[in-house]
Design a protein around this ligand. Structure first.
Ligand code: ZN
Length: 632
């Protein structure tokens, strides 16, 4: 992976949950439910005809696939509004003020009146079949490293329900997240390198945190990227969760588009035209009557068929990597087949023999399909209708490869690569929400917010340094950190521990524990706070805190005091400590006689290795010195 990017253009869309008291259109709190759901209800989404008129083909197709949705609900995390049994209330004024504050901090112009719109979303993630969204401000500008970055738009949206289950025919969503206010910040597509995109995302994150009203932790931030390269296409990558992954996601998308352009050139050299892509499929079921390939065997046993198609001159290209080893051109073909036909058993010649399909079966398929040297084939095992739809989708995608990169919406994967979700939706997908009255943005609201504007990230860093005697690096890290509010609260409440210790724990230590795969970010603020309190009260040693954090990250529902017991971190009494020191002195009597007080370092080392994390090292030093003075 290199940072040579052929004039890549990237726009960022950052979504972040607001930490308001109530949801956007009702009085429910903005905390997710824990434990099993209280009730379930089943819906099929039925948008009205006029609404359907504005849906693009792909969305309509998804809808007609007729998925049923099971929703899970809880009190107090949701009410009749989320269930779509009661109309929404007025826009939450607290959420509006957070967005206006972010607008002022990014020099954006608030709109005169906030209008709520409906954006059609019929994947089931919203009980209404649409998401409510409203523009709050336009035309902002952030200066980052001397470069002016236009902030096109700041919007206020409702978060969607969270998916809990997914099968071929149905999906399950929990509606506790539905309706949590989300701020959306959109930059112009003016970013030109992975590192620049990362820098801008960090800067926007800092501005949002400066409002002190955004949530942190898993799922509270989602970053979407719009990436295009010359001759490529505009690709929307959804849901990059971690800041650290943004640069990589951009680079991998550039690599993917460049690879697709090379495949296009190769196909053109081989003389492929869309008219040469055959849509005559051959029934190959007979070849697989005794197959060991599980997926195919199961499909046949359910009365399905194996259909195959020849892709003339595509040989060797289906296995071609698109920037990363687990994403190949063949993956793109099967992604399409899965979307349009919902099939699972799809195979191509560049990956066979494998998956239980033998060499002999492969040669028989080649013979049946009259394959030539530089040809490829694709097989699908499913009911004949579905298999035909799947191969049609493969043929469409294969034809698009001749043009280059098709416009798509893709899903970000944890490794930074992406997978096809659906074709890019058309633009006309919004219409007014008539249940919610518009909210005027008056001059007096703006004047009040302007006069109480929170510190900018730079001002904040300076104040933290002064107020808590932190060095510049540490205060910067805090500004960039999700734990800023927790830091200030803890520093105020825990007077026995140094702010620099709290800051180091919350930045460097937490980061290094995350790197060791302990999901520290999943520990909530209240638990983090009580762990610091334990240190402050002298109930555990400072040195023991990382171990307790690791334990807490793996036992999110338990109380930290149970971790102290389980890990044996309880501080020892001074009597216990004295007994241990005496034992070490006894054991080392000879060395002590020879060296006298010069034996201190080695004794201290061996005692500390026994008591580390259970007592304050200062106490050990004092007690040991006293005893050595007495003994010599
Ligand atoms: Zn509610």
């Amino acid at each position: 992976m290199t940072e040579t990017t052929p004039l890549v253009k990237v726009g960022l869309e950052i979504h972040r949950q607001l930490d308001t008291e109530h949801k956007l259109f009702c009085a429910c709190p903005t905390q997710l439910a824990e434990g099993p759901p209280e009730l379930r209800f089943f819906r099929r989404l039925r948008p009205t005809q006029s609404e359907l008129g504005q849906i693009d083909q792909a969305a309509l197709f998804e809808f007609h696939r007729g998925k049923g949705i099971t929703y899970e609900a809880d009190h107090p995390a949701s009410c009749l509004v989320e269930m779509d049994e009661e109309p929404p209330g007025r826009l939450n004024p607290e959420a509006i003020e957070v967005c206006l504050t972010a607008a002022l901090l990014t020099n954006a112009e608030p709109v005169d009146e906030i209008h709520v719109m409906r954006k059609i979303v019929i994947d089931g993630s919203n009980t209404t079949g649409f998401q409510r969204t409203s523009v709050v401000a336009l035309n902002g500008l952030l200066t980052i490293d001397g470069k002016k970055i236009p902030i096109d738009q700041i919007s206020l949206e409702e978060d969607a329900a969270r998916k809990t289950t997914q099968t071929r025919d149905s999906a399950g969503y929990r509606i506790d997240r539905l309706g949590i206010p989300l701020i959306e910040v959109t930059t112009a597509p003016v970013l030109h390198s992975p590192s620049e995109v990362e820098k801008v995302a960090l800067a926007i994150g800092n501005v949002l945190r400066a409002t002190r009203k955004v949530k942190r932790g898993l799922g509270s931030v989602r970053q979407d990227l719009n990436v295009s390269i010359p001759e490529g296409a505009l690709i929307e990558i959804k849901g990059v969760q971690e800041l650290e992954l943004i640069g990589k996601a951009v680079q991998l998308e550039v690599d993917r588009q460049s690879s697709l352009l090379r495949i296009r050139d190769e196909l053109r050299r081989r003389g492929v035209q869309s008219s040469t892509i055959s849509r005559n499929y051959t029934n190959l079921t007979a070849i697989f009557q005794k197959t060991k390939a599980r997926v195919i065997r199961e499909a046949i046993s359910k009365g399905g068929s194996v259909l195959g198609m020849r892709l003339e001159h595509y040989g060797g290209l289906l296995g071609r990597e698109l920037g990363v080893s687990n994403l190949r051109f063949g993956t793109e073909l099967s992604g399409r087949a899965t979307f349009w036909a919902g099939v699972g058993g799809i195979f191509h010649s560049d990956e066979l023999p494998s998956y239980g399909i033998t060499e002999t079966e492969v040669s028989e398929v080649k013979e049946m399909l009259h394959l030539e040297n530089d040809d490829a084939f694709v097989l699908v095992a499913d009911n004949p209708e579905r298999a035909t739809d799947a191969l049609n989708a493969v043929a469409d995608r294969a034809a698009e490869a001749l043009v280059g990169v098709p416009e798509e919406t893709r899903n970000a994967m944890p490794d930074g690569s992406s997978r096809f979700i659906r074709p890019r939706p058309g633009a006309a997908r919004m219409y007014p929400e008539t249940d919610v009255p518009p909210v005027p943005v008056t001059g007096s609201i703006i004047a009040r917010l302007r006069s109480t504007l929170p510190e900018t990230p730079d001002e904040l860093a300076e104040r933290l340094g002064k107020q808590y005697s932190l060095n510049q690096k540490l205060s910067r890290q805090l500004v960039n950190s999700e734990y800023l509010s927790l830091f200030e609260r803890t520093a105020k409440e825990c007077s026995n521990i140094q702010p620099s210790y709290i800051a180091t724990m919350l930045t460097e230590t937490c980061k290094s524990l995350e790197r060791e795969d302990f999901p520290i970010h999943e520990i909530n603020d209240q638990k983090m706070g009580s762990i610091f309190q334990l240190v402050d009260d002298g109930r555990i040693a400072k040195e023991a805190m990382p171990d307790l954090l690791k334990w807490q990250a793996k036992n999110l529902g338990l109380d930290p005091s149970e971790g102290i017991k389980e890990l044996g971190l309880k501080m020892m009494s001074s009597n216990e400590l004295e007994a241990i020191i005496n034992r070490h002195l006894e054991k080392n009597r000879k060395i002590l006689e020879e060296k006298g007080s010069a034996a201190f370092p080695s004794l201290m080392g061996s005692i500390m290795s026994e008591v580390r994390g259970k007592t304050d090292p200062k106490l050990v030093t004092e007690m040991l010195k006293k005893k050595l003075n007495k003994a010599t």
